[in-house]
Design a protein around this ligand. Structure first.
Ligand SMILES: [Zn+2]
Length: 489
């Protein structure tokens, strides 16, 4: 058996002020065949990572294509997308004949001229391998699961957890299903239910936790091979933005239809019950201080780089400084220029620094303060479950009682290393402000005395009714009260 694998991934916020070019891919994941490190997958490269490990024992030959991934930001340049896509498709043509293709995609990538990048890739891959080869795809639940993708893939598996701690587990599931199909043990058929809703579904909160646990218990029994919950990615103005339910059954389409419908109706009934309470900046910090002992983790989803935000909004930080809060730490603030200035000033230096508040009006105003450079570190990393995410060169600066982690490679707060790389022990802080929607919970949840979510004024508005969509198919909740959910494929 011959399997081909590759990755092309980013999450596109069509409202983001940050354009995405090849440079953003070079900064995060840009591996040509066989260059992918063995230590850990880089999120969307999990299919390659697990296939490489299992090839010998399972008796297949793995042909590795390129892996490209960029941090979430604005729409990818057309020329750069076509360059990466055509490189992978060229590698696939060279690799032919293949029995299967397994792709690590994100599912919410948009390029200029391509609303549905993953659909475009899958359609072209199908064109190369023909109708009999098996195409398996792993996607992020923050994806747009379009009909074009559905029609051109045999098996689609999404991560179930948010925070996405199960990227490797789901890649294992995908590979197992693809191999079983190739061996003639199963005949996967898929059904898709469109819930017509936009929302957020952290699996660390009770309603969604229970739903995912129940779904996991259904898999592998009674002819049900896999179930995925499409959360959708709200910050994209594309027609097929919507929460959906995908069921993969063994040969029985009617059974897949029935379960997708049942779970889809249940997912619709969960509207409004899956998101945490949000505080304003002042109320959120007051609530954090009221806890007494730390660390209290104050999450800032509106400035989550993982959703395409710049990660340089200063509203919470300014409030902490102005109200003389002690023993607080804030991170990450993306400001490569400030990091450069800190390196030039040197560790221990005190100097006037302007930082944060740069990229867009939603970044707020920059902070101007005399800071002390408490630590500098080159080429840092943070862990995220079984994967590794680069931070680039980092600097820690202290303003009053607040330590701020400045980074050069824009990403959200994921691992405790974000702080500990720079000698800041997150367990010893009274308040930890993390720019992240919910991925921070993997590492910071276990050490938090309490978690408080703050609507800071950053660019990712949590009230989806305020997002200026023009192309999303209506009706959809919560933009519309009356919707028409149903089975679509
Ligand atoms: Zn995601």
């Amino acid at each position: 058996m011959r399997l081909f694998t590759a990755t092309l991934a980013t999450e596109t916020n069509t409202f983001s002020p940050l354009p995405t070019s090849l440079a953003a891919y070079r900064e995060l994941v840009f591996f040509r065949p066989c260059e992918h490190p063995d230590d850990a997958p880089r999120m969307c490269t999990a299919p390659l990572f697990v296939a490489r490990r299992r090839a010998a024992a399972e008796g297949f030959t793995l042909i590795e294509g390129s892996c490209f991934a960029a941090s979430p930001a604005g729409t990818t340049n057309r020329r750069d997308y076509e360059f990466m896509r055509d490189e992978i498709l060229g590698q696939l043509k060279e690799a032919m004949p293949v029995d299967a293709v397994i792709l690590g995609l994100h599912g919410a990538m948009i390029a200029h001229g391509y609303d549905d990048v993953e659909g475009d890739i899958l359609e072209r891959v199908r064109g190369i391998v023909g109708p009999d080869a098996t195409i398996g795809v792993e996607l992020d639940p923050h994806c747009h699961l379009t009909l074009k993708r559905f029609r051109n893939a045999d098996i689609i598996v999404l991560y179930k957890e948010f925070p996405h701690t199960d990227v490797v587990d789901r890649a294992e599931d995908l590979l197992t299903l693809v191999l079983r199909k190739l061996r003639g043990e199963i005949r996967p058929v898929m059904s898709l239910y469109d819930c017509r809703q936009i929302s957020s579904y952290p699996t660390t909160l009770p309603v969604m936790r229970a739903f995912v646990d129940r779904i996991k218990a259904m898999e592998g029994k009674d002819g049900i091979l896999s179930i995925s919950v499409v959360h959708c990615f709200p910050y994209a103005d594309v027609p097929e933005l919507s929460g959906r339910i995908l069921v993969v059954a063994d040969g029985d389409k009617a059974k897949a239809d029935a379960l997708a419908t049942k779970l889809g109706e249940e997912f619709v009934s969960m509207r409004g019950k899956t998101t945490p309470q949000y505080y304003g900046v002042e109320d959120g910090i007051a609530a954090a201080l009221a806890v007494g002992e730390g660390p209290v983790v104050v999450a800032e989803p509106p400035d989550n780089a993982g959703g395409g935000a710049p990660s340089d909004n200063t509203n919470i930080l300014r409030h902490l400084i102005e109200t003389n809060v002690e023993n607080a730490a804030v991170g990450p603030v993306w400001d490569p220029i400030a990091v450069r200035l800190c390196f030039d000033a040197g560790e221990g230096a005190e100097f006037p620094l302007r930082f944060g508040g740069k990229t867009a009006p939603t970044s707020g105003q920059p902070i101007d303060a005399t800071v002390r450079v408490t630590a500098l570190a080159r080429d840092c990393w943070q862990g995220f479950g079984p994967t590794r995410v680069p931070l680039g060169d980092c600097a820690a600066v202290r303003v009053g009682g607040v330590d701020v982690v400045l980074i050069t490679k824009r990403t959200q707060a994921l691992g405790l290393e974000l702080f500990s790389n720079l000698g800041i022990d997150p367990r010893q802080r009274r308040i930890l402000v993390v720019k992240s929607t919910n991925h921070f919970m993997g590492a910071f949840g276990p050490i938090a005395k309490k978690v408080i979510y703050v609507e800071s004024g950053g660019p990712l508005n949590r009230d989806y009714r305020k997002i200026p969509y023009t192309r999303v198919t209506r009706p959809i909740w919560p933009l519309d009260e009356e919707t028409r959910p149903g089975l679509i494929a």
